[in-house]
Design a protein around this ligand. Structure first.
Ligand code: TXA
Ligand code: MG
Length: 324
């Protein structure tokens, strides 16, 4: 079973243990502000293989390399001026940039799935301190079995991967709760490869340029991790429900009651006050709780599509997609 260390109570022991396990080429579950990551030394091919193995993930799916500061990022990728502005404005934070990898970068090709670009991010929170001490980038996908819901707490990680992992660092619930927003700058075109924890409108405001959505940019093929069915709970998922059917779980938003709630196995509200940030932070945990209620179907009430609603709806659509 995995050892779990509380980073609030024992920060120094947490960092030391994590660095020891990472140096031995083993993955460690680390808390980032978006979701918990399954992190390994990005320069060590055996360590990266262990990530793919633990997740049961297809190898062609590239991983994000996490860095602790700009100096570490510069060693591995080349920044264009727009990407640099984004990094300066939003790092550390829920933004991943796709950038050309430097020829002398030691991040292994297994982490980038052989692409000539690297997904790179400076996370906020305790994971950044671990990376700074380890002094090398950490490759980290979300710490869940491939295709399942991303973990936003140490307990989620333990339930899914606890018997395969040696160490989980517990920093409490993830503050943002949705994976990072992925951006690729092509000339003067800013392309959104994945909506996420950073609202794309904030990027547009900063740059005064439009962010091209996947439909318009044709970018879905370029983020190979974006398989249609993803974030899947055990139960079926029904979106934009205006009524609850017998035996369904209900997850709604904004405090308004929905017809038939009395028949639901459980009723959860992502944010009774209608706050999309709060809804994002609760999303994956509530999906798991609704799943655990024993319902065959989880009905989701309507969610506004502005701000973080874009990323929330993206995840719900993947959860609702036909399973393979
Ligand atoms: O918030 C997050 O991003 C979390 C935490 C742990 O940082 N990580 C995460 O990783 O969500 P993952 O592996 O679940 O998703 C990484 C996404 C995939 O869709 C992958 O295709 C894309 O990033 N990606 C990585 N490198 C890429 C590259 N060079 N070009 C295009 N897409 C890339
Ligand atoms: Mg994931």
């Amino acid at each position: 079973m995995a050892d779990i260390i509380d980073t609030g109570r024992e920060p120094e022991r947490a960092i030391e243990r994590a660095c020891t396990v990472l140096a031995e080429g083993e993955p460690v579950a680390i808390p980032t502000e978006t979701v918990y990551g399954l992190a390994a030394d990005a320069t060590n091919p055996d360590a990266i293989s262990r990530i793919y193995e633990m997740k049961g993930r297809p190898r062609f799916n590239p991983l994000i390399s996490h860095v602790s500061d700009m100096a570490m990022a510069e060693v591995h990728v080349r920044f264009d001026p727009i990407s640099r502005r984004l990094a300066e404005a939003f790092w550390p934070g829920p933004l991943t940039l796709i950038l050309p990898q430097r020829a002398d970068s030691t991040v292994h090709a297994l982490a980038s799935a052989g692409l000539d670009t690297l997904g790179i991010r400076m996370p906020d929170g305790f994971s950044r301190r671990v990376i700074a001490r380890f002094a090398r980038p950490l490759a980290a996908p979300s710490a869940n079995t491939s295709g399942k819901i991303s973990p936003t707490s140490a307990a989620h990680v333990e339930a899914d991967l606890g018997n395969k992992l040696r160490l989980i660092l517990d920093a409490g619930p993830a503050q943002i709760g949705l994976e990072s927003t992925i951006i690729k700058v092509d000339g003067d075109e800013i392309r959104l490869l994945r909506p996420g924890g950073l609202d794309a409108a904030e990027i547009e405001t900063l740059l005064g340029l439009p962010v091209m959505r996947p439909e318009t940019a044709g970018a879905t093929i370029e983020a190979p991790g974006m398989l249609a069915s993803h974030y899947a709970p055990g139960a079926a998922v029904r979106l934009d429900a205006v009524e609850v059917r017998a035996g369904e779980a209900l997850v709604r938003f904004g405090g308004g009651r929905i017809t038939g709630e009395a028949q639901a196995t459980i009723v959860l509200d992502l944010s009774p006050t209608g706050n999309l940030r709060e809804a994002a932070a609760n999303l994956f945990d509530y999906m798991k709780r609704a799943d655990a209620s024993g319902a065959a179907t989880i009905a989701f009430g309507p969610i506004p599509s502005d701000g973080l609603g874009e990323a929330i709806i993206d995840r719900l659509q993947r959860a609702a997609a036909p399973r393979e």
